[in-house]
Design a protein around this ligand. Structure first.
Ligand code: NAP
Length: 320
């Protein structure tokens, strides 16, 4: 992949001005880039730390229309990117570290300089939520993981537990059976939140077992994880469960810290948008998981990104 390193000043320290700046490079950001590019707005996309967002760390995406056999998450991200670039989008490997939406032109500071923009589309996504139990931080990277696709290989021939009962837990648990000899799903209730198709696949998988009505109280080990301490929430009974790895999939937290005090957030920290993807600042839009606690799909995020770019185009026409 060719790297574009951001050049955000004209050499005299002056910010680089762009009509549309897109913060984030997941499906929402890259779909917004495609639409803004096709409107000849020459959008700049700041990738953030992970190009492609969460989709890029998903092993196989089976529910994005047009790909009946599914395709790998990183591959889909590359397809999105090359399609946007074909029409003039510029994807730069840089991260926004401060924003000022108090007056136009809006100002966005990155690691390498400053942009001003007439319109901004925020697609910073969400980050996996932590369990917040003793041992979790200490053993992250030593048995505790939030990404089966990234770390599954390290657990070849080992036994792991998966925490959570949603689609992510099932999908990742199934993926982990490629490597692990046994995957035990530990869920705090006695029924799953996951969609029926993933529930059925997980329950039909001979390598997957379930422990119901149970929470992890702490994670313990020496150099690496050796066991988790559990509590049954119905009986109060405590137990110990030996494991080599702990994969945590209990939802996400929106990456909205940068926008606190500048844009309206809801009680859970998601950016508040209307049906036109507008935030409470004119010309500032949000799309994808940063503004969507409900659907969180590649297709819905991409759709929101496209809608935000169409609306940004109309906005720019209106202020000309
Ligand atoms: P989710 O649907 O919010 O599920 C989180 C799971 O973690 C729930 O089962 C929840 O238990 C459990 N949980 C939450 N906090 C916990 C805690 N402190 N301790 C123990 N367990 C805890 O999150 P997700 O699975 O990441 O999915 C997010 C969204 O992405 C969903 O809309 C999902 O449909 C979508 N998604 C779709 C696909 C797909 O279509 N292939 C794949 C992945 C994700 P409760 O059930 O008791 O609340």
């Amino acid at each position: 992949m060719e790297l574009n390193i951001s050049k955000t000043s004209d050499g005299a320290g002056k910010p680089k001005h762009v009509p549309v700046l897109i913060i984030g490079s997941g499906p929402a950001g890259l779909a917004a880039a495609l639409y803004a590019a096709r409107a000849d707005l020459k959008p700049v996309v700041l990738t953030g730390m992970t190009f492609g967002g969460q989709a890029s760390i998903t092993h196989i995406i089976e529910n994005y229309p047009g790909f009946p056999d599914g395709l790998e998450g990183p591959h889909l991200g590359e397809l999105f990117r090359s399609q946007a670039e074909r029409f003039g989008a510029e994807v730069v490997y840089d991260t926004a570290i401060a924003v000022d939406f108090s007056e136009r032109h809006y100002q966005i500071t990155t690691y390498s300089g400053t942009y001003t923009a007439d319109s901004v589309i925020i697609t910073t996504g969400a980050t996996p939520r932590h369990l917040e139990v003793p041992g979790e931080v200490e053993f992250t990277g030593k048995g505790v993981s939030y990404c089966g696709t990234c770390d599954g290989f390290f657990f070849k021939g080992k036994e792991v537990v998966v925490i959570g009962g949603g689609d992510s837990a099932m999908e990742e648990g199934i993926f982990l059976t490629r490597f692990a000899t046994k995957v035990t799903v530990i869920h705090r209730r006695d029924e799953l939140r996951a969609s029926p198709i993933l529930e059925r696949r997980a329950k039909d998988n001979p390598k997957i077992e379930f422990i119901w009505d149970t929470v992890v109280e702490s994670i313990e080990g020496n150099d690496a994880v050796t066991h988790v301490n559990l509590k049954n929430v119905k009986t109060g009974e405590a137990s110990t469960f030996d494991t080599d790895g702990v994969f945590i999939f209990i939802g996400h937290t929106p990456n909205s810290e940068l926008f606190e005090g500048q844009l309206e957030l809801d009680d859970d920290g998601y950016l508040v948008v209307n049906h036109l993807m507008e935030t409470n600042k004119p010309g500032v839009y949000a799309a994808g998981e940063i503004a969507d606690p409900h659907f969180r799909q590649v297709i819905t995020s991409a759709g929101m990104g496209a809608a935000a770019a169409i609306q940004a185009t109309r906005y720019l026409e209106s202020i000309e």
